[in-house]
Design a protein around this ligand. Structure first.
Ligand code: PEP
Ligand code: MG
Length: 309
């Protein structure tokens, strides 16, 4: 009993029967790191570029990446390449005025116009990775097609970065997950944007919060499809959107076969505790109930009744 309690408050994420579900941190810089974290599942690199009238130089980037990597020897750090545009506009890119920035040249699409931004970043990540012992994975935001994923993976390999993945934030990419997984090593589901694009509901629009609810059946179905594709390919599929921080939803994700959950560091303890209180089989039953529900309310109720506390 005491040991179970200790496992619930410290150490790696595990279900009650010991099935590992990595609990990783979302960070924007080395300052966000906390002690004893299993690793970083989303290193947002935009911070480096904000307030810059010119893109940050390669050396400046190497220093910022090294600060994070060197704090996590032997641990996984998933670096997301620049996710500019839309809600994260960058002055130096001076992208044409777009009537619909969320549907415009953002994320990986920026490299259509400014390929040097990505190549400089990959080069800096590779230099920092080579100088430290962190296990560095790289992923691209806002990928829509398998061709984009393949091109990104090739660019990473050309820079000596072997472990590459993509974020699944666009329904088209979720639907093509099996094909995308032929070219990359892992997927990370950005459920914030995946909700936005699935429901055509601006993620900043409070009036549409019900549509942006991660318990929506359509979102759960897309997550399940990606998890199944990962299991079939034998490749990890994680979640790094806000939904991973919901202790009940984390059970659904684990039951669907999601292998890592990445969230704001302060959310990790409650999710760890929730996982530690349920076996993998219980999580699978919970996921089945959530998948069968027709409304978010029904999904929540089904999970609540399966998790007495
Ligand atoms: C997401 O879209 O879920 C995500 C994790 O990326 P961001 O919130 O930075 O867009
Ligand atoms: Mg996103």
């Amino acid at each position: 009993e005491v040991r179970a309690q200790r496992a619930a408050s410290h150490g790696p994420g595990r279900t009650a029967d010991g099935h590992p579900v990595a609990l990783l941190a979302n960070i924007g810089s080395a300052r966000d790191l906390i002690a004893d974290v299993e690793g970083v599942g989303l290193f947002r690199t935009e911070l480096l570029y904000l307030d810059h009238t010119d893109p940050p130089g390669e050396q400046e980037q190497v220093a910022a990446y090294t600060a994070v990597f060197s704090a996590l020897p032997g641990r996984k750090v998933v670096v997301r390449t620049l996710d500019a545009g839309a809600d994260k506009p960058l002055p130096f890119l001076r992208l044409a005025d777009e009537p619909n920035p969320a549907l415009g040249v953002r994320g990986l699409r920026v490299s259509r116009r400014a390929p040097e931004v990505l190549s400089t970043q990959l080069s800096a990540i590779a230099t920092a990775a080579a100088a430290t012992d962190a296990e560095v994975w790289v992923m691209a935001p806002m990928v829509a097609t398998a061709s984009e994923a393949a091109e990104f993976a090739a660019a990473c390999r050309a820079h000596g970065l072997p472990t590459t993945g993509v974020m699944i934030e666009i329904p088209a990419a979720a639907l093509r997950a099996p094909s995308i997984l032929r070219d990359v090593d892992f997927l990370s589901l950005g459920t914030n944007d995946l909700s936005q694009y699935t429901f055509a509901a601006d993620r900043m629009c409070g009036d549409l919060a019900d549509l942006l609810d991660p318990w929506q059946p359509a979102l759960i179905a897309l997550i399940a499809a990606c998890a199944t594709a990962g299991a079939e390919a034998g490749k990890p599929v994680g979640v790094c959107g806000e939904s991973a921080a919901d202790p009940d939803f984390a059970l659904v994700l684990a039951g669907l076969g999601i292998s890592s959950l990445s969230m704001a560091p302060r959310s990790i303890p409650a999710v760890r505790e929730s996982l530690a209180a349920h076996t993998l089989e219980e999580c699978r039953q919970i996921a089945k109930a959530a998948l069968a529900a027709d409304t978010p309310e029904a999904a929540r109720a089904a999970v609540r009744s399966a998790t007495p506390r």
